[in-house]
Write a protein that binds this ligand. Structure first.
Ligand code: F6P
Length: 562
């Protein structure tokens, strides 16, 4: 589509983009190690505190001009106005004609939030009250199973945003789990996932929560049906379903058709995207394990980050700085991916949640006006828990040809202060970001080898293998300890970082049309896999390319052998 039309210019055609391109040429040759050596007070200059989190962004390829130039670009892309628009409930999810109001779920301002002119806060508060009562009745053993035993296990059946957020938060907050209720997550359409989850569970003391905004997701419905079968085959009756099954969905009718009593159905609203829904009743499994008070603390942490995001000037705004640094690397240093590296066992699922949050939001190639992007947008998000990653993929981070900016996430204290462990974990985290920044020169490599007695004809070749370029950027997000509040703030931080980037790239961060095709094609493949006469039916075979046909036939050949 012609970008010279009535729509705003794409960001890469703005003068502010040009200024940044020129600036990048200045920055490119600079070594961060030298910038630090110059004693410029970088650590205090490039540090932001908000909602209990601290961001050290001094190990970035920036000088004192970079952030102002990035903020100029953000203003030229109307970022401040867009932030207001989101919190106001404007229809910013244009392709679905919806607001994006996950922030309303954690709105402690006392102010109304209007959707179609109606304040949604009373409904949110009513649902939160129902969740609190539901959890209290179960945790206090008033609500019991069909044999009058208290519940011991909750099985949360859901996938995507109906799985990743709750799983991240409940494992991140394991130290806050109350006694007596363990949470299990069932997501995949894989009999092994189902078998593993149900293994060892007692239907008398197991509660199932079917988590699905649409109540139309193949994996979730299949798993829910199979869990209901398991329940009915192991002592439960249809009359007992009401005690043992609940649902969180915006499709109440379908949940009732499944056989769930209406009073056990908690609402979701279409102005909350799946990957942004942890704060809604989708967080019920989490509330069952950590209790209402801790869940509310998590909401409060997210709310504090919301306030910071709305109030702090762009230059001192944590989500804005993280978002703009990401744009700096994707669009001016050609970064294709971004690594999220939590140095905390309990936060080990953070990368998986951020993968959906970021890649399902900004993994787009058309802007909100339908124009194909002629620049990179959402990067590939990956990562894993430290220090394990150091023994898996940090080699690439240090010496690979890929330029991968990293986020290190670090609680300064541990919930389990075992002898010296935390000091070692912290030293690993800090030294990894230090090594990425400073690297190892050829001269250093040579002298190390010479000192270790390597003979001269080998020395040069090996020394060259040992050079570490350094100058590889990272952020370090650190905080006292993982609490419900800091976890809430951390997740909200990344939600807003993604929003900032989506605004700069001009994409709609709140729809996900790309996942529809796979679902549509899946139905036809599934029919072919189940058909008795295989692809002998030419009409069916003609539906598929040769590869898909071959794979279907291989599956059927195996099935016929069994
Ligand atoms: O991946 C597509 C998607 O729609 C996600 O956005 C969503 O979180 C997930 O599937 C599950 O959807 P539902 O909650 O409707 O089952």
């Amino acid at each position: 589509m012609d970008s010279s039309s009535k729509f705003p210019l794409p960001f890469n055609q703005l003068s502010q983009f040009k200024s940044l391109s020129d600036h990048q040429k200045e920055i490119q040759p600079l070594k961060m190690a030298e910038l630090f050596a110059a004693g410029s007070g970088r650590f205090s200059a490039f540090n932001i505190k908000a909602a209990g989190l601290n961001l050290d962004y001094s190990k970035n390829r920036i000088n004192d001009k970079t952030i102002p130039l990035l903020c100029d670009l953000a203003r030229a892309c109307s970022l401040p106005e867009s932030i207001k628009s989101m919190f106001n409930g404007d229809l910013i999810n244009q392709s679905e004609n919806r607001p994006a109001l996950h922030s309303a779920l954690r709105n402690f301002s006392g102010e109304p939030v209007l959707v179609d002119g109606k304040d949604v806060m009373p409904e949110i508060q009513k649902t939160m009250k129902r969740m609190k009562e539901f959890c209290w009745s179960i945790r206090s053993k008033h609500w019991r199973g069909f044999s009058n035993k208290p519940f011991k296990d909750v099985v949360s059946i859901g996938i995507g945003g109906s799985f990743l957020g709750p799983k991240l938060a409940s494992e991140a907050l394991k130290p806050y789990w109350g006694k007596g209720i363990a949470c299990h997550y069932l997501a995949n359409i894989d009999g092994s996932d189902l078998t593993e989850v149900l293994q060892g569970l007692n239907p008398e003391t197991t509660l199932f929560i079917v988590q699905s905004k649409s109540f139309n997701t193949q994996e979730t419905l299949k798993n829910a049906n199979e869990c209901r079968e398991w329940f009915l085959l192991n002592g439960g009756t249809t009359d007992d379903l009401a005690r043992h099954f609940s649902a969180v969905t915006s499709n109440v009718e379908k949940a009732k058709q499944f056989g769930i009593n209406e009073q056990n159905i908690f609402p979701m609203w279409d102005w909350v995207g799946g990957r942004y829904s942890l704060w809604s009743a989708i967080g019920l499994p989490l509330m069952l394990t950590i209790g209402y008070k801790n869940f509310r603390e998590m909401l409060l942490g997210a709310y504090e980050m919301d306030c910071h995001f709305q109030e702090a000037p762009l230059e001192q705004n944590m989500p804005v700085i993280m978002g703009l640094l990401g744009v700096w690397y994707v669009n001016f240093f050609n970064a294709q991916s971004h690594a999220v590296l939590p140095y905390d066992h309990y936060l080990r699922n953070l990368p998986s949640h951020i993968q959906q949050l970021d890649m399902e939001s900004n993994g787009k190639s058309v802007d909100v006006y339908g124009r194909t992007l002629d620049y990179q947008a959402g990067p590939i998000i990956w990562g894993g828990v430290g220090s394990n990653g150091q023994h898996a993929y940090h080699q690439l981070l240090h010496q690979g040809t890929q330029f991968v900016p990293c986020d290190f996430i670090l609680p300064l204290t541990s919930h389990n202060p075992v002898d010296q462990f935390h000091e070692l974990l912290v030293s690993n985290c800090l030294s990894q970001s230090q090594a990425l920044m400073q690297g190892k020169s050829l001269a250093q490599a040579r002298s190390e080898l010479a000192d270790s007695g390597v003979d001269s004809d080998q020395l040069e070749t090996v020394a060259l293998q040992k050079v570490i370029s350094g100058n590889r950027p990272s952020n370090t997000l650190y905080f006292d300890i993982s609490t419900p509040k800091t976890v809430g703030a951390l997740i909200a931080l990344y939600e807003h970082k993604v929003f900032v980037q989506g605004k700069i790239w001009g994409v709609n961060s709140f729809d996900q049309w790309g996942v529809e095709l796979g679902k549509q094609l899946g139905d036809k493949v599934h029919d072919a896999l189940l058909s008795e006469d295989g692809l002998a039916d030419n009409a069916m075979a003609a539906e598929f390319d040769e590869s898909t046909q071959g794979l279907i036939e291989a599956f059927q050949a195996m099935k016929n052998k069994l």
